[in-house]
Ligand binder design. Structure first.
Ligand SMILES: O=C(O)C[C@H]1C=CC(=O)O1
Length: 96
């Protein structure tokens, strides 16, 4: 199943800078692992904000929940999840 997820990252201004960099490095590694596994299909930066719009391809809502809640930056994220399905006019057979 496909889901669009908007993630807004809100790291408090007084949060330890080194710890923030460590979490961002781990987040990038985890993101790239999930991309390679085909779970995190797309990501776009929302212009002018520390936010992204992403497309996930997962087996279930509970898999998506586990992926999102285990992200290193999860404690600093607000998320909005929108379930998606294939548009009947789409030429992309793998949109499901
Ligand atoms: O930068 C972000 O939007 C947050 C998060 C998503 C991928 C990643 O590397 O960090």
């Amino acid at each position: 199943m496909l889901a669009m997820v908007q993630m807004n990252v809100r790291i408090p201004l007084d949060f330890d800078k080194q710890e923030a960099e460590r979490l961002k490095t781990h987040e990038k590694q985890r993101f790239q692992e999930l991309q390679r596994a085909g779970k995190w299909r797309h990501i776009w930066r929302v212009v002018g904000r520390y936010a992204n719009v992403s497309i996930f391809d997962v087996e279930s809502n509970s898999e998506l929940h586990d992926i999102l809640t285990s992200l290193p930056l999860y404690p600093f994220m607000e998320m909005e999840v929108t379930p998606l399905c294939r548009h009947p006019s789409s030429l992309h057979e793998d949109d499901r």
